[in-house]
Design a protein around this ligand. Structure first.
Ligand SMILES: [Zn+2]
Length: 54
């Protein structure tokens, strides 16, 4: 039986325009630090740093 509770859905926000572009499922047991990913932002029309929303 798979245990639920270790995964949380996090919203990734573009650090330049503050647009919420991505939803990531994060394993909170394996990943304790905040997510920070380089992803394409359709609003900025380029790759920007996306950070996990609080
Ligand atoms: Zn952006």
């Amino acid at each position: 039986m798979a245990k639920v509770g270790n995964r949380q859905n996090k919203t990734l926000v573009c650090t330049e325009c503050k647009e919420e572009n991505y939803r990531e499922s994060k394993n909170v047991r394996n990943t304790t630090d905040r997510l920070e990913l380089n992803k394409y932002c359709p609003k900025c029309k380029k790759h920007t740093t996306h950070k996990e929303k609080k």
